[in-house]
Structure formats: C-alpha cells, structure tokens
Write a protein that binds this ligand. Structure first.
Ligand SMILES: Cc1cc2nc3c(=O)[nH]c(=O)nc-3n(C[C@H](O)[C@H](O)[C@H](O)COP(=O)(O)OP(=O)(O)OC[C@H]3O[C@@H](n4cnc5c(N)ncnc54)[C@H](O)[C@@H]3O)c2cc1C
Length: 514
C-alpha cells in the first residue's frame, strides 16, 4: 500500500482520516463511485470502537420506544442490505424478550410488529408472542420465576472487525489505498485557508509523508475533536463519549440458538445476551466518559451491573470467574449541548459537520448504517463542491468474501470465499499446525492475515483478524508466543521484535481479564 501511495502522483479525490466503521463506509462508497481514495488509520483498522460493538446489525428496538421512527427505518433497511451483501458475516438472529405480565406481552408484541413493518420487505422475520413453556423450551437456562411468556423478534448479528477488513478489501479492489499504522499529524491549507491535504507519519518506519486531496474527511470517531482542532484550535467540543462494556461467557450460559434481550434493566437500559462464535456476548453499559482512549478499560461497576442483571434472568448465574473476556468501547455520540450527563438521550443518528476550511467531519451513527453514512457523505461532498452528481452503487454491492449459506459450525466460516485460500495454504505441511485447539485457530490463518489482511502485530491477528482476545483473553495470551514466532518468520523480524510483541500483547490484554 505504501508503494501504491508513492506511485500515486495525482491529487486524491478523498483523503479519509480514520479506519473505523465510518471511514471504511466512506472509502467503500467513494471508491465504488470511481473516486480516488486514501484512507489513513493511526493504529490498526477498527482498533478503537469499531471492534468493540455488541455485534448487532439492528434497527434499534430501543430507539423505536423513544419514537425515533426515521432512525429505526433507516437502520432496518441497512440491516437488510447488509445481510444480503455480506451473508458470510451477517446472520439472521432470533431474539427473545422475556416478558413479565400481560402489559409487557401486549406492549412488546405490538412494538415489535411495528419494528417488522418498518423494515418492509427487508424484514428478517415476523415478531410473535410465545408462551412461557415455549420460551423455556427455547432458552433452557432462563429463570422460570422471572417470566410469564416471551416475544420473539429478529435482527442481524455480525463480526465487526471482519466486516471492516472485507469492506477494505472491496474498496482496495476498486482502487482505494488504505494504510494502517499511519497517523495524521496535521492538515495542510492553501492561502485561502482551505484544507488541501494532510501530513502523516508511518508509525512503523517513522517516515513522514504528505498527501493532497480535493476533499479531506475526518472520520475519527471519539477522536474527531483532535482533528477539528488541527483545523481550528478554538473549535468547540462535538463529541460526548459514552463507554459500553461487554462480557464474554461460555456457551453453556445460553446454549440454544436464540439471543435474549432484556428490555428494562434497573437503570433503564437494555441488556443483550447473544451467541457469538460459540460463546455468549453480554452487554452493554452506557457510561459518560470524560477522556477518550484507544483502549478504554471497563469500570468495576459496569462489570458488576452486567453480571447482576444477567444473573437475575438465568438459572446458571455467571460470576467473575466465568468471564472469558471483558472489553470496553466508546460511542462517538454527537454532543448536542455539551451536556454529557445523559448519553442515552443523545442522538444516535449521524451528523456531518462542514468546517469553514472545507473539511468534512462525520460523527455519530452506528455500524449498521455505515454504508448509508458513506453514501450521505459522498452526496454531501458532491453537492458542496459543485461536483458532478454520481449515483450510489453500494446498495447491492457484494462485500469481499461474499458467500451464501455458510456453515456457522465451520471454524473458518467467517472468511467466506477466502476460506478456500486458507485451506490451500494449510496444504503446506507446517501451515496446518494448530495454534489453539480451544479456539480452533491454525497457522495458515496467521500467514493469510499477513499476506492478505494487512496484519502487522500479534494483537492485529489475535484481536481483529481473528477474535481470540474477545472470545477468551487468557487463551489468546497463551497463543501469543506462537503467533509472534510465525509472524516474525513471515515478516523477517528479529527476536527483540518478538519479545516486544508478546509483552505489548500481554499488557493490553491484561485489561480483558478479570
Ligand atoms: C459498546 C458499543 C456497542 C455498540 N454496538 C453496536 C452494535 O451492536 N451495532 C451497531 O450498529 N453499532 C454499534 N455501536 C456503534 C458503532 O460501533 C460505532 O458507531 C462505530 O464503530 C464508530 O465508528 P467510527 O469509525 O466512527 O469510530 P472508531 O471506530 O473509533 O474509528 C475511528 C478511528 O480513527 C482513528 N484515528 C484517530 N485519530 C487519527 C489520526 N490522527 N490519524 C489517523 N487515524 C486516526 C482511530 O485510531 C480509530 O480507529 C456500538 C458502540 C459501542 C461503543
């Protein structure tokens, strides 16, 4: 990619700062319309919030309860499109809401029927009321004393960082240059104060570069204010970060095919328990946070809250020792009035900020709508700059790896069509080596991640090319020396690199262990 960048002598149409869901959605949209694109990510792609989501492709039942019909409709449509465009990564997931009393039963059945209707023909399945005995049959671990019946509805479920990698591959196949470990240090401007490009540093080689772009886009999530202040040191705060924590549990806590949605926790939030890669993700919280960080740390009270709420609904009650991993992410919520106290009330829809310098900043939104966010951003650019209008092509664009009917019990299912390439690699005797029997990872995946998915570090592989760090943090630490060994050989690195990589991985991942 660096070579491609060096060979690119023209001004880019778009320079996108940030390799999370937002930047990646914009890169896909722009490159599919034939624009030249440079995307710069200071760490690894999705290192920040975009690998720490609840893994739902959803309209947002909660937003419907808040009366935000337009937001739910937009997300429900995007959910359907994403299921169709990346079926190897997005699956139809049934959820059961445990109800307590007739009022609950009527309220949720009616509400979720409306939820289906908003999705129109892109609905993933009809919501319905089910009896207590049917609920207990479908969820064997639910506490019978806590329910009178259940309401079933459908949403999408996905693997966030895998979708990011595959979308970047699609964008790059259409010409986009995407660079991880390249940090934007400042903006360049012309005599009229218009942003003309960026200066960035390759964090691995330490080499500084400059790139020129017709349109510079700030897609840095919770870090958006840093870039806005590069443009205007007096820029006002636009982001109100809100932390969300998830715990990973063994599948025995929720053995069936259904997920659970608890609609009213003690503090008015919702809590999900969702089967994911043969484990169960439980979350989330919504805690206003003062300072953004690339690796936010779960607070004790958030962990206790999740364990306590889940325990109330399950016969097998999880405790700290059952937690396989804990991870925290920061929502880049758009601060409407500078008041960060009530983040549940802050709009989840996306916003585009147009700076006087011509830079565009996209904040808010969610993974589910990343394609539409990209479309809106490109439309806005064409309108503001007086460029010729081009039609969006992403609605039915198949994402790299597209494969229908994948078998979710197959350890390599999430690679989609790339699975064949990995199997081919594993035909070479030593690539068949098992790196983790527990998490079903083989050496060929490491080689693949380096050669095709821009994995540079042990963490890239264990946290985002595979999801070992989130699925079982302790097991992933056990795997780290072996992964470092394979990577060092592939990348031609020395013993010191290996030692540093293992140490770095241990340091980061210790926060994922209780
Ligand atoms: C707990 C939680 C659960 C969620 N669950 C869901 C869900 O289930 N479904 C859903 O649809 N959405 C969900 N979301 C929302 C969704 O995850 C976010 O909206 C989305 O990931 C935000 O992406 P982003 O690209 O804006 O930000 P980020 O992912 O934070 O990406 C911004 C990137 O910019 C980079 N960057 C910063 N400064 C620079 C610089 N100077 N140079 C280069 N790069 C830079 C950062 O390193 C970072 O990678 C959830 C969010 C949270 C927090």
């Amino acid at each position: 990619m660096i070579k491609k960048f060096n060979d690119h002598s023209k001004v880019f149409d778009f320079i996108i700062i940030g390799g999370g869901a937002t930047g990646i959605g914009i890169a896909l949209e722009a490159s599919s319309r034939g624009y030249s694109v440079l995307l710069l990510e200071k760490s690894d792609f999705t290192k920040s919030t975009s690998s720490k989501s609840t893994k739902l492709v959803h309209g947002g039942v909660r937003y419907l309860a808040q009366g935000n019909v337009a937001l739910v409709r937009e997300a429900a449509v995007e959910r359907g499109l994403l299921c169709a465009n990346a079926p190897h990564l997005v699956k139809n997931q049934s959820f059961i809401i445990p109800t307590q009393g007739l009022f609950d039963e009527i309220q949720y059945t009616v509400g979720l029927t409306m939820y289906d209707m908003l999705a129109g023909k892109l609905s993933l399945g009809r919501s319905k009321h089910i009896s207590k005995s049917k609920t207990l049959k479908r969820i064997s671990t639910i506490n019978a004393d806590k329910i009178t019946a259940g309401v079933v509805y459908h949403d999408g479920q996905f693997d966030d960082s895998r979708l990011a990698i595959n979308t970047l591959q699609s964008a790059s196949e259409m010409g986009a240059i995407v660079l991880n470990y390249c940090s934007v240090k400042c903006l360049t401007k012309d005599a009229n104060g218009r942003v003309t490009g960026v200066k960035f540093t390759d964090e691995e080689s330490g080499i500084d570069y400059q790139a020129e772009g017709m349109q510079v886009v700030n897609a840095t999530g919770v870090f958006a204010d840093d870039i806005l202040r590069m443009d205007n040191p007096k820029a006002e705060k636009t982001i109100a970060p809100s932390q969300g924590v998830h715990l990973m549990l063994d599948r025995s806590f929720l053995p069936g095919n259904d997920a659970i949605m608890i609609p009213k926790t003690d503090d008015g939030r919702v809590l999900f328990l969702v089967p994911w890669h043969n484990k169960v993700v439980v979350g989330t919280t919504d805690t206003p946070i003062e300072k953004e960080a690339l690796e936010p740390v779960a607070l004790e009270e958030e962990i206790e809250f999740i364990l306590k709420t889940a325990s109330r609904y399950l016969t097998k009650q999880p405790s700290r020792k059952d937690v396989l991993s804990v991870f925290a992410g920061l929502r880049p919520l758009a601060a409407s009035n500078g008041d960060s106290a009530k983040t549940k009330e802050i709009s989840r829809s996306h916003k585009i900020i147009v700076s006087g310098s011509g830079m565009l900043t996209m904040i808010g939104g969610k993974w589910t709508t990343y394609r539409k966010m990209g479309q809106d951003l490109i439309d806005k650019t064409e309108q503001l700059n007086g460029w010729r209008r081009t039609p969006s092509r992403t609605k039915h664009l198949k994402i790299h790896g597209y494969k229908e009917g994948v078998d979710y019990n197959d350890a390599l299912y999430f690679y989609g069509t790339d699975k064949d390439g990995i199997l081919k690699l594993s035909e070479q005797a030593d690539n068949r080596e098992v790196i983790s029997k527990k998490l079903k990872v083989i050496k060929a995946q490491i080689v693949w991640a380096i050669e095709h998915e821009m994995a540079h570090t042990v963490e890239d592989f264990l946290a985002r090319r595979t999801r070992c760090q989130l699925l079982d943090a302790r097991e992933s630490i056990e795997m780290a020396p072996k992964v470092a060994d394979v990577m060092a050989k592939e990348l031609g690195k020395n013993e010191e690199w290996k030692k540093n990589q293992i140490e770095d991985y241990l340091k980061v991942t210790s926060n994922y262990i209780l």
